[in-house]
Design a protein around this ligand. Structure first.
Ligand code: HEC
Length: 217
C-alpha cells in the first residue's frame, strides 16, 4: 500500500515536471519539436520572419539576430524578394492580388467594398461615358432596363437581339443598392448578366457605380 502511494506520488511529480517543461520561456525553447519544420531557415519570398529575436535561443549567428529571422533588411518592405520591376503590370491599382470575392458572395461584397472615388463631376462624366458604352444597350440610358438589347430592335421586319429579364436599376428592389453591390455585379456578373470584369478595369467599374447611383435617384 505504502509502496503504491510512493509510486503514484512519483508519477504525479514527474508528470508535473514534464508538463511544466513544455512552456517556452527565456532560453527555453518549449515543446517545439523539430522547429526547422515550422520555421523555414531558407529565404522564402512569401514567408519571411521579420522578428529578429525569433529563434534567438538557438543562435549561432555572430550578430545575435535570431536564427529564424530571415527577412532581408536591404529589400523594400524587408521582403526576401525584390519588388517587381517598375511598370510591371499589376492586376489592378489596389495590388498584385486578384479579385477574391466569389460570385455568390454579393451580400458580403456590397458591405465591404468601398468606392475610392468621390462624386466629382469628372468622375461622373467618365462614369456616364463608360455606362453608355458597356451598360446602356441593356439597361437603357436611364437605367430602367429598357435598352435596345432588352426591348429588341426590329430590322427589316426581323426582331433582333433580345435579352429577357434585364434589371430595372430604378426599381424599388434595386434603387438602394450600394456602390459595392454594383461593382461586384459588374465584376462577376449575375444571373443572365455576364461578367464584365475582363473588359472594364476596377477604376472604371467604380466610376460606373457612381454614375448608376445618380441614375437611380
Ligand atoms: C447583356 C445585357 C446586359 C449588360 C450589357 C449589362 N447588364 Fe446588368 N443586368 C442584366 C440582366 C439580364 C440583369 C438581371 C440579372 C438577374 O438577376 O438575373 C442585370 C442586372 C444588373 C444589376 C442588378 C443586380 C442585382 O442585384 O439584382 C445591376 C446593378 C447591373 N445589372 C448593372 C450593370 C452595369 C453597371 C452594367 C454595365 C457595366 C451592366 N449591368 C451591363 C443585363 C445586362
Amino acid at each position: 500500500m505504502k509502496f503504491n502511494r510512493i509510486i503514484s506520488t512519483l508519477i504525479a511529480v514527474s508528470l508535473a515536471a514534464v508538463l511544466a517543461s513544455c512552456a517556452a520561456k527565456g532560453d527555453n525553447p518549449g515543446r517545439e519539436y523539430a522547429p526547422n519544420m515550422y520555421h523555414s531557415v531558407a529565404y522564402e519570398p512569401l514567408s519571411q520572419i521579420t522578428d529578429e529575436d525569433a529563434g534567438a535561443w538557438v543562435n549561432a549567428l555572430d550578430n545575435r539576430s535570431g536564427e529564424y529571422f530571415n527577412s532581408n533588411r536591404y529589400n523594400p518592405h524587408r521582403m526576401n524578394m525584390r519588388e517587381p520591376a517598375p511598370n510591371t503590370v499589376k492586376r489592378n491599382k489596389y495590388g498584385w492580388l486578384p479579385y477574391r470575392i466569389s460570385k455568390d458572395s454579393l451580400d458580403y461584397a456590397s458591405k465591404v467594398l468601398k468606392n475610392p472615388f468621390d462624386s466629382a463631376a469628372s468622375v461622373l462624366d467618365e462614369g456616364k461615358v463608360l455606362y453608355e458604352t458597356y451598360c446602356k444597350h441593356c439597361h437603357g440610358a436611364k437605367g430602367e432596363g429598357d435598352g435596345k438589347v432588352a426591348t429588341g430592335v426590329t430590322i427589316d421586319g426581323v426582331q433582333k437581339s433580345q435579352v429577357g429579364g434585364v434589371a430595372n436599376l430604378k426599381s424599388d428592389a434595386l434603387k438602394n443598392i450600394s456602390e459595392g453591390h454594383i461593382f461586384h455585379v459588374i465584376t462577376q456578373g449575375k444571373g443572365l448578366m455576364g461578367s464584365h470584369g475582363g473588359q472594364i478595369n476596377p477604376d472604371e467599374r467604380w466610376k460606373i457605380a457612381k454614375y448608376v447611383k445618380t441614375l437611380q435617384k
